[in-house]
Write a protein that binds this ligand. Structure first.
Ligand code: SAM
Length: 241
């Protein structure tokens, strides 16, 4: 008549994910939506090429990770998914909410290569929806014959989000092209466009006129933008203080 099975586990990070996303606001809500490059840096106990031997045979990986920034806030039985405009409640297990028991997330990402960076074995990946510094608790190959279910029902998230147009002031356009020629900002233009075309604002803001000045942090840059009748306009870029 036991109500729960005794279970205890201390999970340690096997790796840390390095991404351009320096704050939660603006991170795509699922993987594969924005072509951002990231790196999985193995922790000292797992920093062995042998531990990833054979991984390059796969084009995609499952990452299991911890929503470490939200752990302190715990979880609730029901949540209000942004997809439903924040008005309707669904059970936590019927959503991909970040506020969940055990705080575990999972994402499929594209694997580019195994590389060495600063003496660490790393996996170069893209398409992740993870905050910079996210602890990775496991990594597994994505196997299409079993993982890809082409006739699956997608519930409230059947289709990818609708994209909105992104335009640039002349100042922002010049800044972006100047940054993009530097190696560390490769792909910056595509990244900004990808992140903002998802319209990161909370649902209630999208419903009416919105004069607010917004900012997202990508790499070590703050990107300032606002909403116009046509979509999103990028105003300027500033180095993060
Ligand atoms: N694909 C994963 C899943 O389904 O478990 C994550 C989906 S979750 C809705 C994606 C959001 O998690 C991102 O938009 C970002 O705001 C948030 N996020 C990403 N990394 C996080 C972290 N380390 N701690 C807390 N929140 C995080």
């Amino acid at each position: 008549n036991r109500s729960s099975v005794p279970f205890s586990s201390q999970l340690n990070a096997v790796a840390i994910c390095r991404t351009p996303y320096k704050q939660k606001f603006g991170i795509p809500r699922q993987p594969g939506l924005v072509n951002a490059i990231g790196y999985i840096e193995f922790e000292p106990d797992f920093n062995h090429l042998d531990a990833v031997r054979g991984i390059e045979q796969y084009s995609h990986l499952w990452l299991l990770f911890c929503f470490h920034e939200n752990l302190a806030q715990g979880w609730k039985t029901t949540v209000r998914p942004p997809r439903l405009g924040g008005n309707e409640k669904l059970g936590v297990f019927a959503t991909r909410s970040t506020f969940r028991p055990n705080g575990i997330g999972q994402s499929v990402v594209k694997l580019h290569s195994v590389v060495q960076r600063k003496g660490k074995v790393c996996l170069m990946i893209s398409g992740m929806d993870l905050l910079d510094g996210t602890p990775i608790i496991d990594i597994k190959p994505y196997v299409p014959f079993s993982d890809a279910i082409t006739d699956a029902k997608g519930g409230i998230a059947q289709d990818a989000p609708v994209l909105i147009p992104v335009t640039y002031t002349p100042v922002a356009a010049t800044q972006i092209s100047q940054y993009t020629i530097q190696q560390q900002y490769q792909g910056l233009a595509e990244l900004i466009n990808g992140v903002l075309s998802q319209d990161p604002r909370p649902a209630y803001k999208k419903a009416k006129d919105d004069p607010k000045l917004y900012q997202v942090a990508l790499y070590d840059l703050d990107i300032f933008w606002h909403v116009t009748k046509q979509g999103i306009e990028v105003l300027e870029l500033k180095p993060t203080k």
